[in-house]
Design a protein around this ligand. Structure first.
Ligand code: FMN
Length: 191
Protein backbone atom coordinates (compact mmCIF):
# COMPACT_ATOMS: atom_id res chain seq x y z
CA UNK A 1 0.00 0.00 0.00
CA UNK A 2 1.49 3.32 -1.04
CA UNK A 3 1.60 6.14 1.47
CA UNK A 4 2.80 8.74 -1.02
CA UNK A 5 0.88 11.99 -0.72
CA UNK A 6 -2.01 11.73 -3.18
CA UNK A 7 -1.16 14.94 -5.02
CA UNK A 8 2.43 13.78 -5.57
CA UNK A 9 1.21 10.47 -6.93
CA UNK A 10 -1.64 11.91 -9.01
CA UNK A 11 0.25 14.83 -10.56
CA UNK A 12 0.67 14.23 -14.26
CA UNK A 13 1.58 16.09 -17.41
CA UNK A 14 -1.66 16.58 -19.33
CA UNK A 15 -1.66 16.85 -23.12
CA UNK A 16 -5.27 17.94 -23.45
CA UNK A 17 -6.71 21.00 -21.69
CA UNK A 18 -10.21 22.39 -21.35
CA UNK A 19 -10.89 25.97 -22.41
CA UNK A 20 -11.75 26.89 -18.80
CA UNK A 21 -9.69 29.88 -17.70
CA UNK A 22 -7.65 29.85 -14.50
CA UNK A 23 -8.80 32.64 -12.22
CA UNK A 24 -6.35 34.98 -10.55
CA UNK A 25 -6.74 33.61 -7.03
CA UNK A 26 -6.02 30.07 -8.27
CA UNK A 27 -2.93 31.22 -10.14
CA UNK A 28 -1.81 33.01 -7.01
CA UNK A 29 -2.08 29.76 -5.03
CA UNK A 30 0.31 28.10 -7.49
CA UNK A 31 2.92 30.80 -7.06
CA UNK A 32 2.46 30.76 -3.26
CA UNK A 33 3.36 27.05 -3.32
CA UNK A 34 6.53 27.87 -5.26
CA UNK A 35 7.29 30.76 -2.93
CA UNK A 36 7.58 28.54 0.17
CA UNK A 37 10.19 26.23 -1.38
CA UNK A 38 13.61 25.69 0.18
CA UNK A 39 16.63 27.25 -1.51
CA UNK A 40 20.37 27.56 -1.06
CA UNK A 41 21.04 30.48 1.37
CA UNK A 42 17.32 31.26 1.00
CA UNK A 43 18.21 33.04 -2.25
CA UNK A 44 14.83 32.09 -3.81
CA UNK A 45 16.26 32.24 -7.32
CA UNK A 46 12.98 31.32 -9.01
CA UNK A 47 11.10 33.67 -11.34
CA UNK A 48 8.04 33.00 -13.47
CA UNK A 49 6.65 34.78 -16.52
CA UNK A 50 3.12 33.69 -17.36
CA UNK A 51 0.63 34.74 -20.02
CA UNK A 52 -3.05 33.90 -20.36
CA UNK A 53 -4.73 32.78 -23.57
CA UNK A 54 -7.26 35.60 -23.17
CA UNK A 55 -4.43 38.02 -24.00
CA UNK A 56 -3.39 36.66 -27.38
CA UNK A 57 -0.36 38.83 -28.13
CA UNK A 58 1.30 38.02 -24.81
CA UNK A 59 0.27 34.36 -24.95
CA UNK A 60 1.64 33.97 -28.47
CA UNK A 61 4.95 35.46 -27.41
CA UNK A 62 5.50 32.42 -25.17
CA UNK A 63 3.81 29.97 -27.55
CA UNK A 64 6.24 31.01 -30.30
CA UNK A 65 9.19 30.06 -28.05
CA UNK A 66 7.98 26.45 -27.82
CA UNK A 67 9.26 23.70 -30.11
CA UNK A 68 6.64 22.84 -32.75
CA UNK A 69 6.05 19.38 -31.25
CA UNK A 70 5.08 21.09 -27.98
CA UNK A 71 3.09 23.91 -29.64
CA UNK A 72 0.86 21.25 -31.18
CA UNK A 73 -0.75 20.36 -27.84
CA UNK A 74 0.30 23.23 -25.52
CA UNK A 75 -1.68 25.77 -27.55
CA UNK A 76 -4.86 24.50 -25.89
CA UNK A 77 -3.63 25.40 -22.39
CA UNK A 78 -5.14 28.61 -20.94
CA UNK A 79 -1.82 29.64 -19.39
CA UNK A 80 1.75 29.31 -20.65
CA UNK A 81 4.73 30.03 -18.47
CA UNK A 82 8.51 30.33 -18.63
CA UNK A 83 10.48 29.55 -15.45
CA UNK A 84 13.63 31.57 -15.03
CA UNK A 85 16.58 31.07 -12.67
CA UNK A 86 18.54 33.94 -11.19
CA UNK A 87 22.11 32.72 -11.64
CA UNK A 88 24.00 34.96 -9.15
CA UNK A 89 23.66 35.41 -5.40
CA UNK A 90 22.20 38.83 -4.62
CA UNK A 91 24.55 39.41 -1.69
CA UNK A 92 27.88 39.03 -3.55
CA UNK A 93 27.11 38.45 -7.25
CA UNK A 94 28.89 35.06 -7.11
CA UNK A 95 27.54 32.23 -9.25
CA UNK A 96 24.73 30.33 -7.54
CA UNK A 97 25.47 26.78 -8.64
CA UNK A 98 22.24 25.57 -7.03
CA UNK A 99 19.93 28.07 -8.71
CA UNK A 100 18.55 25.59 -11.22
CA UNK A 101 18.15 22.94 -8.51
CA UNK A 102 16.17 25.43 -6.41
CA UNK A 103 14.01 26.49 -9.36
CA UNK A 104 13.26 22.79 -9.88
CA UNK A 105 12.11 22.44 -6.28
CA UNK A 106 9.85 25.46 -6.67
CA UNK A 107 8.41 23.96 -9.86
CA UNK A 108 7.81 20.65 -8.09
CA UNK A 109 5.83 22.38 -5.36
CA UNK A 110 3.92 24.43 -7.92
CA UNK A 111 3.09 21.31 -9.93
CA UNK A 112 1.95 19.38 -6.85
CA UNK A 113 -0.22 22.30 -5.75
CA UNK A 114 -1.73 22.41 -9.24
CA UNK A 115 -2.94 18.84 -8.71
CA UNK A 116 -4.68 19.88 -5.47
CA UNK A 117 -6.50 22.54 -7.49
CA UNK A 118 -7.57 20.18 -10.29
CA UNK A 119 -5.00 21.63 -12.68
CA UNK A 120 -2.10 20.09 -14.57
CA UNK A 121 1.28 21.73 -15.10
CA UNK A 122 3.05 20.19 -18.10
CA UNK A 123 6.72 21.21 -18.03
CA UNK A 124 8.74 21.41 -21.23
CA UNK A 125 12.45 21.47 -22.05
CA UNK A 126 11.39 21.73 -25.70
CA UNK A 127 11.56 25.49 -26.13
CA UNK A 128 14.13 28.04 -27.30
CA UNK A 129 15.65 29.64 -24.17
CA UNK A 130 17.53 32.26 -26.17
CA UNK A 131 14.38 33.37 -27.97
CA UNK A 132 12.56 33.46 -24.62
CA UNK A 133 15.35 35.57 -23.13
CA UNK A 134 15.13 38.06 -25.98
CA UNK A 135 11.38 38.17 -26.56
CA UNK A 136 10.41 38.22 -22.86
CA UNK A 137 13.12 40.75 -21.97
CA UNK A 138 14.85 38.48 -19.45
CA UNK A 139 17.91 40.31 -18.07
CA UNK A 140 21.55 39.18 -18.04
CA UNK A 141 22.42 36.75 -15.22
CA UNK A 142 18.99 35.14 -15.53
CA UNK A 143 18.33 32.01 -17.57
CA UNK A 144 15.09 30.62 -18.97
CA UNK A 145 15.12 26.98 -17.83
CA UNK A 146 11.71 25.50 -18.48
CA UNK A 147 8.40 26.23 -20.20
CA UNK A 148 5.05 25.01 -18.85
CA UNK A 149 1.52 24.63 -20.12
CA UNK A 150 -1.01 25.00 -17.30
CA UNK A 151 -4.72 24.26 -17.36
CA UNK A 152 -7.58 21.99 -16.40
CA UNK A 153 -7.03 18.58 -18.00
CA UNK A 154 -9.59 17.49 -20.57
CA UNK A 155 -10.52 14.23 -22.29
CA UNK A 156 -7.81 12.53 -24.35
CA UNK A 157 -10.50 12.01 -27.02
CA UNK A 158 -9.66 15.53 -28.16
CA UNK A 159 -6.24 14.25 -29.26
CA UNK A 160 -5.23 12.25 -32.34
CA UNK A 161 -2.58 9.73 -33.30
CA UNK A 162 0.67 9.63 -31.33
CA UNK A 163 -0.45 12.31 -28.87
CA UNK A 164 -3.60 10.38 -27.98
CA UNK A 165 -1.58 7.19 -27.63
CA UNK A 166 0.96 8.92 -25.38
CA UNK A 167 -1.72 10.56 -23.23
CA UNK A 168 -3.42 7.21 -22.63
CA UNK A 169 -0.29 5.24 -21.75
CA UNK A 170 -0.03 4.30 -18.08
CA UNK A 171 2.53 6.42 -16.20
CA UNK A 172 5.63 4.40 -15.37
CA UNK A 173 8.52 4.75 -12.96
CA UNK A 174 11.80 2.97 -12.10
CA UNK A 175 11.71 0.80 -8.99
CA UNK A 176 13.24 2.11 -5.74
CA UNK A 177 16.12 -0.36 -5.94
CA UNK A 178 17.13 1.12 -9.30
CA UNK A 179 18.07 4.46 -7.69
CA UNK A 180 18.23 4.18 -3.89
CA UNK A 181 21.48 2.80 -2.46
CA UNK A 182 22.41 2.14 1.15
CA UNK A 183 25.88 3.13 2.43
CA UNK A 184 27.71 2.99 -0.93
CA UNK A 185 26.85 3.58 -4.55
CA UNK A 186 25.48 0.40 -6.06
CA UNK A 187 24.40 -1.19 -2.74
CA UNK A 188 20.82 -1.97 -3.57
CA UNK A 189 18.55 -0.88 -0.73
CA UNK A 190 16.36 -3.37 1.13
CA UNK A 191 13.46 -0.97 1.51
C1 FMN B 1 12.32 19.41 -17.12
C2 FMN B 1 11.23 18.70 -17.90
C3 FMN B 1 11.19 18.82 -19.28
C4 FMN B 1 10.17 18.22 -20.02
N1 FMN B 1 10.08 18.46 -21.37
C5 FMN B 1 8.98 18.03 -22.05
C6 FMN B 1 8.77 18.45 -23.39
O1 FMN B 1 9.52 19.25 -23.98
N2 FMN B 1 7.65 17.98 -24.02
C7 FMN B 1 6.76 17.15 -23.40
O2 FMN B 1 5.76 16.79 -24.03
N3 FMN B 1 6.93 16.76 -22.11
C8 FMN B 1 8.01 17.20 -21.42
N4 FMN B 1 8.16 16.87 -20.09
C9 FMN B 1 7.16 16.01 -19.43
C10 FMN B 1 7.73 14.62 -19.17
O3 FMN B 1 7.76 13.89 -20.37
C11 FMN B 1 6.88 13.94 -18.09
O4 FMN B 1 7.02 14.63 -16.87
C12 FMN B 1 7.28 12.47 -17.88
O5 FMN B 1 7.02 11.71 -19.03
C13 FMN B 1 6.54 11.84 -16.72
O6 FMN B 1 5.16 11.95 -16.91
P1 FMN B 1 4.22 12.63 -15.81
O7 FMN B 1 4.72 14.06 -15.61
O8 FMN B 1 2.85 12.60 -16.39
O9 FMN B 1 4.35 11.85 -14.56
C14 FMN B 1 9.19 17.43 -19.34
C15 FMN B 1 9.24 17.31 -17.95
C16 FMN B 1 10.23 17.94 -17.24
C17 FMN B 1 10.24 17.84 -15.73
Amino acid sequence: MSTVNESIKNRYSALSFSAKEIDESTLKELFEAARWSASCFNEQPWNFIFASQSNKANYDRILNCLAPFNQAWAKSAPVLMISVASLKFTINQKNNTHAIYDLGQAMANLAIKSTDLGLSVHQMAGFDPNKAKQDLKIPDDFQAICASAIGYPDSTDKLDGELKKRAEEPRSRKELNDFVFENLWGNTCKL
